[in-house]
Write a protein that binds this ligand. Structure first.
Ligand code: SF4
Length: 459
């Protein structure tokens, strides 16, 4: 079994048995899928599995592998221990930013609500010596708003620029990694340039927050708690590095499962963890009530962009999004009709099989979507491999169901209604369309396939 870029005889990734996403394409049986499969095999000359292809061990360089493995609890404790030593020149402010899709994991593990789980997690981290604990929802607000804006611009330019439409979502690093390193210029011009919430949080913490606290970026050690390992690789991207300070916007990513392991190693019971509200980027204010974005187990890019585009482009208020399930529950579409004509066609394509189908359609010039929310994990981010798996690497379906229930109970807020975001556009970013917005909230994609030396590693 080999990946498209793989030069090895035998892939070292462990194989999963009971996840339908890992069914090889060769087992799909409709005529249509067979046709796509054949084309795909010509393209890839191999059977491809999700677990092998997205951020796979054969697609990262030896240098990246070393730096990915450095992002673990040892690194966190190294920094926390230096903070206890007399040499203050080595002290750092430790800030942890938690993804909203990680909190349901702790809520399910503790059997409490998401808000209660957040307080326990924050209390635990502060007890270890962490100075600030933030929620990355504000970064997702920025990412969604910038994606909405870019979609409308691309829609207007679709006749002049052939890569404008479809626009693909940019929030999932597993997908971005695969697009850049395997598909390259076939899809990268279609990917929205808005940074992912993780990397916008990096800009907020090392840019805005550092300035507020009179700190240089390299004096902050910024950790993200995330549902997947792919985010560790994302944190290494060159455009998220400030050479002047030799500082990454995100220094270390720990998965939810890795943080839970620290809790287990320390044998701390839920009762022993203090209830501490999340910090805010805005001084003394505490984040008491957590909110989430609309959407299917993710940050809801499809829903937000669809409603925004319907209003901006067709003066239509969409109250509720109605999904039509296509080939499976992870491939769904949403359309807007106007005067009997379909004017907007969006899709959610989760998991490798659906991504591959969509890419093949694009290659054949048959992709009729204006926007596709692409996520590497079937079921979305709650199902990330850093939290929804048993210890032996199998999908933990019972845990996933619990996570989905607690996540659904979190109140929803529109990014447009976040007054902090509006204020930051003015005070930090110098306006809505400034150079600083481009620098802090947008990124570029590489169109060169990976040719570097590969290294054998396992997650
Ligand atoms: S879909 Fe999976 S790989 Fe992509 S960001 Fe979400 S958890 Fe990570």
């Amino acid at each position: 079994m080999k990946c498209e870029n793989c030069t090895k005889k035998e892939c070292s990734k462990k194989q999963k048995n009971d996840n339908e996403q890992n069914v090889p394409l060769a087992l799909l049986n409709s005529n249509d899928e067979n046709e796509e499969r054949n084309e795909f095999h010509r393209l890839a000359n191999a059977k491809i599995f999700l677990s092998d292809c997205l951020a796979c061990d054969n697609c990262i360089t030896s240098d990246e592998a070393v730096r990915v493995f450095q992002q673990n609890q040892k690194e966190l404790f190294h920094v926390l221990n230096l903070n206890k030593k007399c040499d203050t020149s080595k002290h750092k402010v430790v800030a942890v930013s938690v993804c909203p899709q990680s909190l349901p994991y702790f809520a399910a593990k503790f059997s409490v609500s998401v808000t209660e789980a957040a307080k326990k997690l924050c209390g635990f981290l502060k007890n270890l010596g962490v100075h600030y604990v933030f929620d990355t929802t504000i970064a997702a607000d920025f990412s969604i708003l910038e994606s909405q804006k870019e979609f409308v611009q691309r829609y207007h330019h679709q006749n002049q620029e052939k890569h404008s439409i479809p626009m693909f979502a940019s929030a999932c690093p597993g997908w971005i990694q695969y697009a850049e390193r395997v598909l390259s210029s076939l899809v990268t011009p279609h990917i929205c340039t808005a940074k992912s919430p993780q990397q916008i949080m990096g800009s907020l913490v090392k840019g805005y927050f550092a300035r507020q606290q009179n700190l240089l970026p390299d004096k902050i050690f910024h950790i993200i708690v995330a549902p997947c390992y792919d985010r560790k690789l994302e944190a290494l991207r060159e455009d998220f590095h400030a050479p002047v300070y030799n500082s990454q916007d995100v220094d270390c990513v720990l998965t939810s499962g890795e943080v839970f392991q620290i809790m287990e190693q320390r044998k701390v019971s839920l009762k022993e963890m203090a209830d501490v509200a999340f910090d805010s980027l805005f001084g003394g204010i505490k984040e008491d009530e957590l909110i989430r974005h609309d959407g299917r187990k993710s940050d809801g890019y499809l829903e937000h962009i669809f409603k925004h585009a319907a209003k901006e482009l067709f003066d239509t208020e969409v109250k509720e999004i109605v999904y039509k399930v296509l080939k499976n529950k992870d491939f769904q579409e949403v359309t807007l009709e106007k005067d009997g004509e379909t004017v907007l066609r969006f899709a959610a394509a989760y998991g490798f099989r659906n991504i591959q189908n969509m890419v093949l359609k694009l290659k054949k010039g048959k992709c009729s979507y204006h926007f596709v929310e692409v996520l590497a994990c079937p079921g979305g981010c709650l199902n990330g491999k850093g939290q929804a798996q048993t210890e032996d690497g199998k999908p933990d379906k019972a845990l996933l169901r619990q996570m989905e229930d607690v996540y659904a109970a979190v109140p929803v807020r529109l990014p447009e209604t976040n007054t902090h975001v509006q204020k930051l556009y003015q005070e930090w970013l110098e306006g809505m369309d400034s150079v600083k917005v481009q620098e802090s909230l947008h990124t570029k994609y590489s169109t060169e396939k990976l040719t570097a030396h590969h290294l054998d590693i396992k997650w």
